[in-house]
Design a protein around this ligand. Structure first.
Ligand code: BEZ
Length: 326
């Protein structure tokens, strides 16, 4: 059994045809057919049922496909990491979610550059969602990522930097716009604008809210949308919701009087003429900030970057618990 056979099998299974697999692999159909036959002979099992069109995996083939896909993805990660280790380090590629750009990221980068000026390392910043940062780390596209969600991946370690409190963003003309301390319960009758692209991975509650609808229903499905999850923790289901593509659009809709939303407090400088940002009384309604990096293959400048983050926290009087890399 070899890698060529495995790649041929995956391509045939993915495209459910020899002709489709031939186009993507650049191999001829007879070559693909021969590789598949050799693989099946090595294993002693038929993997693809040739009598159906499009082609179907057999039960054994499906099992083999699921396992081999994971294995090939791991091999890809190992290859990328090895390449990265062998390449001279001239850049530090940083992935970030847009919300941290409104907070301390510019200050942290400035501090880092100032204290690492002699190193000749070029810094590249890439706007990339929390979830995509994990794949980008494994492919070598980024060396470190700043996100707002915890991700479990055997290759990736995460350092919790701090929890940032959420504030309520309301249109200036809203009746609650001047109320200094808000409770989630008092916001339930508003349209809540949802903007997160990454959903929570865990089943945590049994209530569910229908998006863009006036009807709330109870079901066993977990609430994985982050803002709805926060409301649900306080037993609140917003009357109406609207889902948009990002934070900027959400704040644009709030400014236009279309609804309210919750944002990390560092966003409170956005559109201050049209939006009133108010504190929530609930101390636990927070958005964490994580640093993600690969385990064992930490870019040599990432510990310096973490040091810069902690120095900026100290200058700003932000409390943190210092952590180390594996
Ligand atoms: C922060 O606001 O704590 C932060 C922002 C970007 C990177 C690291 C930390």
């Amino acid at each position: 059994m070899d890698l060529k056979q495995l790649n041929a099998f995956i391509a045939i299974a993915d495209l459910q045809s020899f002709s489709g697999a031939a186009k993507t692999t650049g191999l001829s159909q007879p070559s693909l057919s021969r590789l598949l036959k050799q693989l099946e002979a090595d294993i002693g099992a038929e993997l693809i049922d040739r009598y159906h069109r499009p082609l179907q995996l057999t039960e054994a083939g499906q099992f083999f496909y699921d396992k081999v896909r994971v294995l090939l993805a791991e091999l890809d990660t190992i290859t990328n990491m090895t390449k990265r280790l062998a390449t001279p380090i001239t850049t530090l590629n940083i992935g970030f979610v847009p919300s941290v750009l409104y907070g301390l990221l510019p200050e942290i980068i400035a501090y880092f550059k100032q204290h690492n000026a002699g190193d000749d390392i070029e810094i590249n910043l890439k706007d990339i969602s929390s979830y995509q940062q994990i794949e980008a780390l494994k492919s070598g596209e980024i060396d470190v990522g700043f996100g707002r969600f915890a991700h479990q991946d055997p290759w990736v370690q995460q350092v919790l930097l701090r929890h940032e409190r959420y504030v309520v963003a309301l249109p200036k003309a809203h009746p609650l716009a001047k109320v200094k301390e808000q409770r989630l319960m008092d916001l339930a009758n508003n349209r809540l604008i949802l903007y997160h692209q990454t959903h929570l991975p865990v089943a945590t509650t049994t209530n569910r809210k229908n998006t863009n609808s006036q009807n709330a229903s109870s079901t066993t499905e977990p609430i994985t949308e982050p803002l709805l999850h926060l409301f649900a923790q306080y037993g609140v289901t917003p009357l109406m919701t609207t889902k948009v593509s990002d934070l900027q659009v959400a704040l644009g809709l709030v400014a236009a009087g279309e609804g309210i939303t919750l944002v990390p407090s560092s966003l409170r400088a956005v559109r201050p003429e049209q939006i009133s940002y108010q504190r929530l009384i609930h101390e636990n309604v927070t958005s964490p900030i994580y640093l993600h990096t690969l385990k064992n293959v930490v870019h040599p400048k990432v510990p310096e970057l973490l040091k810069a983050i902690y120095r900026v926290y100290e200058q700003r009087g932000i409390t943190y618990r210092a952590q180390q890399f594996i």
